[in-house]
Design a protein around this ligand. Structure first.
Ligand SMILES: *Cc1c(COP(=O)(O)O)cnc(C)c1O
Length: 343
């Protein structure tokens, strides 16, 4: 409870409900928003696969949407609107590296067609869009506290909403659909309970919550140091601007900088992989965010006749450079030199 209250307060949200991870958060989100068999959910392919897997848990249909381009790896609202059909029930957005999606346009589309909006805000705790925290703009925001995220409890997640009825449904389904909590039963307040919904055990335990409480105190400072790391990168990468794009260059919001993505220009997958291998040989570990979800075997059938031009280019030509608060300016010099040598 303390972790939830603290999280809600930091985000200026009415309610925060802790869960076992973000995958279960996304599942619960789609369920309580009443998304079911045959309903269409417009979703990114440039995300971690859990964003879309959870759509399948409720037997809904993922409708893959392309992103804006190599300068902006988030969903393109114009392309979203073109995908809306009679069956569309919701849009799920993912704020890449903590950079906000174009939420004004997306919420306008949602209101126009009466769609629900889920924010996969795993990358963006405390990230802002026009002064509002990511995860609090749509109907439900979902966060992950897995080991590699900005906040870590090992495994863990949080759901955020401003809607009292949704909060009630989430709490119910998070714990078996039971009308009383085990804490109340154990403390003698209630020995009888009813089961009023088909629920799950998606709870977070107290041990993880206590880790989370301490992590929240460190978050702001960590993010401010990441912001410095990003600006060193931006400066030093200018000399490579003919070959390398730094996405979200024009963003001036406070963001989490969960990862630091670059995209190679006039490149292909083989070249990108060669550059990564060279960098590894020089001592710099890199990663890729992300392989496109629509190209995974189980998603081929949902991606027929879809133009996913930018998502595919990014999946083949993106490199994620090291990003964490303890990086120094000379570390960044070294990384950028290694990149230049590898190009
Ligand atoms: C990590 C992540 C998830 C899944 O979170 P878990 O807590 O590991 O289930 C979902 N979406 C995105 C964008 C993520 O980065």
């Amino acid at each position: 409870m303390e972790f939830e209250q603290k999280f809600a307060k930091m985000l200026n949200a009415n309610y925060a409900i802790s869960v076992s991870n973000c995958t279960t958060a996304l599942h619960l989100a789609y369920e309580v928003l009443d998304i079911g068999p045959g309903d269409e959910v417009i979703c990114p392919s440039m995300s971690f696969v859990a964003t879309v897997n959870a759509i399948r848990y409720v037997n809904a249909v993922p409708v893959f949407c392309d992103v804006k381009g190599i300068d902006d790896l988030n969903l393109d609202p114009e392309k979203i609107e073109r995908l809306v059909t009679e069956k569309t029930k919701a849009i799920v957005v993912m704020h890449f590296a903590g950079f906000p999606c174009d939420m004004d346009s997306i919420m306008t589309i949602a209101h126009k067609y009466k769609l629900r909006v889920v924010e996969d805000a795993c990358h963006g705790p405390l990230s802002e869009y026009k002064g509002r925290k990511l995860g609090t703009i749509g109907d439900i925001g979902c966060f992950s506290f897995f080991s590699n995220k900005n906040i870590s409890t090992g495994e863990g997640g949080m759901m955020v909403t401003n809607d009292k009825e949704l909060e009630k449904q989430i709490r119910l389904k998070r714990s078996h659909g039971m009308t009383t909590m085990s804490f109340q039963r154990a403390s003698g307040h209630s020995t009888e309970y009813d089961v009023v919904a088909l629920g799950y055990n998606y709870r977070m335990d107290d041990l993880r919550a206590s880790l989370g409480i301490v992590q929240l105190d460190k978050l702001q400072d960590d993010l401010e140091r990441r912001r410095n790391v990003r600006s060193w990168y931006e400066n030093k990468l200018q000399k490579l601007s003919e070959k390398v794009v730094v996405p979200f260059q024009n963003n001036r919001e406070f963001v989490s900088n969960y990862v630091f993505p670059i995209v190679l220009k006039d490149s292909n997958k083989q070249y990108r992989d060669d550059v990564r291998n060279k960098m590894h040989a020089l001592g710099v570990q890199t990663s890729v965010h992300y392989p496109a979800i629509h190209r995974f075997s189980i998603y081929h059938e949902f991606a027929k006749n879809r133009n996913m031009q930018w998502t595919e280019y990014i999946a083949d030509n993106e490199i994620t450079l090291p990003m964490y608060a303890n990086l120094t300016e000379s570390n960044i010099d070294f990384i950028v030199e290694c990149l230049q040598e590898s190009l």
